[in-house]
Design a protein around this ligand. Structure first.
Ligand code: HEC
Ligand code: HEC
Ligand code: HEC
Length: 479
């Protein structure tokens, strides 16, 4: 059997123990607690499901039991008590805000991730944190609370949001669309997008390597010392990226088209630096009669511009979907598609709370999340010589609250995309899983859990145009 204590509670309990003494003494045995208890005891029979009263009561529960840490205001604790608790109250409110907010921000987290996080709370009942419940009796979730909140956060909706199937790319609807995709495929593989005519998108996002380069840091055009310049963060896969909430670890591109405009003008990656350099790129591309014909077929008289180049590349990338992984077959009803280890791994993946952030058809991509919920990922995953200051979403938005929030990576084909994390510093999938359990997992884990989750993640390798991604040869992906 698993550890029956929620690991958060063990962790927070020791933290609370220090502050609890001081605060407890001041409160004289918890006058507040008695008040809360009285409120809890006056709870009445549940109103009929779906009635306005039921909704009202559900919102009242959130207000009374959750809003102190997840509401719009972070000014919810008494500064004096907070001081006596050695800042524990403030830390809880801040950590609570980071994990979940009652008024969601769609720019940071898709509604389905919020729904799954709430579902987890209604199943595990680990909120409010145990120590808070002890200090404030009557704030725990009762059966009736769970029933009422379930009506707001439906079980079926959560189950539907958790996973999904990767579907094949639709066939191009028009000849123009077909020309655009064909053109995009050529451009994706065309090194003339770089100053040295040696680096293409495919150099760093090789479709035979899970859509990555399998390097910790990507190698761009050479610098002054003649050696390839290295990117600051690990290159993620290009497979199945269309539905990402935004592109890049820090979300600085809204979509694939905007993203495709980045690398050519990145001095480290493809070497150009200024928007007017697109003319130089266009000049080189225009020398190819095949490309001229395709640009005309796809874009009429719009010509060869930053806009048409990036639109064609994005159209091609949208075809880079990898359906028919073992997990897809399993979800379609073939329960034998996952072996015993992967099936146990799926259960552990859910039990640990992995399937909240890593959810939806691509198992990720839908939110920005803090990488230091329980422990700091960088402390566990980063070599001591790592000096790069990547702070995730804050690098793009310049908002302090977004520091350490990274776009959740997709776990489709993850067995092929080593090394892992934005640091590119973890080579083995097992080790990445172990680190994620420490930083985000809800329970302690055995080696068997780690192996099973790894087996489940290995079952995410799909097929490109009918061929398993791990068996693709250069012949299969060349234009
Ligand atoms: C004393 C502050 C506090 C209160 C009150 C509180 N939470 Fe939390 N909540 C936290 C903290 C801290 C976290 C961050 C990570 C963790 O410890 O799980 C969190 C995380 C969460 C998450 C993110 C998913 C997860 O499990 O990590 C959800 C959802 C959540 N809380 C819902 C609730 C609900 C619903 C209530 C009311 C029934 C509630 N919380 C009450 C502090 C609080
Ligand atoms: C020199 C290596 C290199 C080249 C060349 C390169 N990329 Fe990337 N790519 C990266 C790195 C590194 C990142 C992550 C950067 C970040 O998040 O800040 C990235 C990120 C991406 C992403 C975001 C994926 C996600 O999940 O957020 C996409 C899509 C992508 N590249 C496509 C392309 C395309 C299309 C081209 C050609 C126009 C290209 N890349 C050229 C290294 C490269
Ligand atoms: C609170 C959201 C959240 C939860 C819960 C979560 N992850 Fe992650 N996961 C992330 C983020 C964010 C990253 C990127 C971290 C980085 O690179 O700095 C990540 C990265 C990963 C990676 C590396 C992928 C790559 O391509 O580099 C793996 C593997 C992974 N998670 C597995 C898991 C497993 C297994 C669990 C459950 C124990 C889990 N995650 C729980 C947010 C989450």
């Amino acid at each position: 059997m698993r550890n029956t204590f929620l690991r958060m509670n063990i962790k927070t309990l020791s933290k609370y123990a220090i502050g609890a003494g001081a605060v407890g003494a001041i409160l004289g045995g918890g006058i507040l607690g008695i008040l809360h208890l009285a409120a809890a005891m006056t709870t009445q029979a549940a109103p009929p499901a779906g009635s306005p009263e039921a909704k009202e009561q559900a919102h009242a529960i959130l207000q009374n039991k959750c809003a102190a840490c997840h509401g719009a205001s972070t000014d919810t604790f008494n500064p004096l008590l907070n001081m006596m608790s050695l800042g524990m109250m403030q830390r809880d409110v801040e950590a609570g805000q980071r994990g979940f907010t009652l008024s969601p921000d769609a720019a940071v987290r898709s509604a389905s991730v919020d729904l799954l996080k709430m579902d987890q709370v209604l199943v595990r009942r680990h909120m409010p944190p145990l120590a808070y419940r002890i200090m404030h009796p009557g704030t725990g979730l009762t059966e009736q609370d769970v029933t009422l909140l379930r009506e707001l956060y439906g079980k079926e909706a959560a189950d539907a949001a958790r996973y999904g199937i990767i579907t094949p790319a639709p066939a191009p609807a028009t000849p123009q669309e077909a020309a655009k995709i064909r053109l995009g495929k050529l451009l994706y593989n065309d090194p003339r997008l770089s100053t040295t005519n040696a680096v293409s998108c495919a150099s760093c996002h090789d479709l035979t390597k899970g859509g990555t380069d399998n390097l910790a840091k990507s190698e761009g055009v050479p610098g002054a010392d003649g050696k390839p310049q290295l990117g600051g963060v690990n290159a993620p896969t290009v497979y199945n990226t269309e539905s990402n909430i935004r592109q890049f670890w820090d979300g600085r591109a809204a979509d694939l088209k905007e993203q495709a405009g980045g690398p050519p003008l990145n001095p480290v990656e493809m070497g150009y630096a200024h928007p007017e350099d697109w003319h130089k790129i266009a000049g080189k591309l225009a020398q190819s009669s095949e490309l001229r014909v395709l640009f005309a077929a796809a874009f009429g008289d719009q010509g060869i511009t930053a806009d048409t180049i990036t639109e064609a590349i994005a159209a091609y990338e949208k075809t880079l979907r990898t359906p028919d992984s073992a997990f897809d077959l399993y979800q379609k009803g073939d329960k034998a598609a996952l072996d015993a280890a992967a099936t146990a791994g799926k259960a552990a993946f859910e039990q640990q709370g992995c399937a909240t952030c890593h959810s939806g058809p691509t198992l990720g991509g839908q939110s920005f999340e803090y990488i230091n919920t329980y422990e700091d990922l960088r402390a566990l995953a980063t070599p001591s010589n790592y000096t790069e200051g990547a702070y995730g979403l804050a690098d793009f938005t310049k908002k302090d609250a977004h520091k350490d929030m990274f776009r959740v990576p997709l776990l489709r084909n993850v067995a092929l995309t080593a090394p892992y994390f934005h640091t590119g510093s973890v080579g083995k999938l097992e080790d990445a899983v172990r680190i994620m359990i420490k930083t985000q997992g809800k329970e302690s884990a055995t080696d068997a859990d780690i192996n099973n989750i790894t087996a489940f993640l290995k079952a995410q390798t799909g097929k490109l145009n009918g061929k398993a991604v791990d068996t693709l040869s250069p012949e299969d992906v060349k234009p």
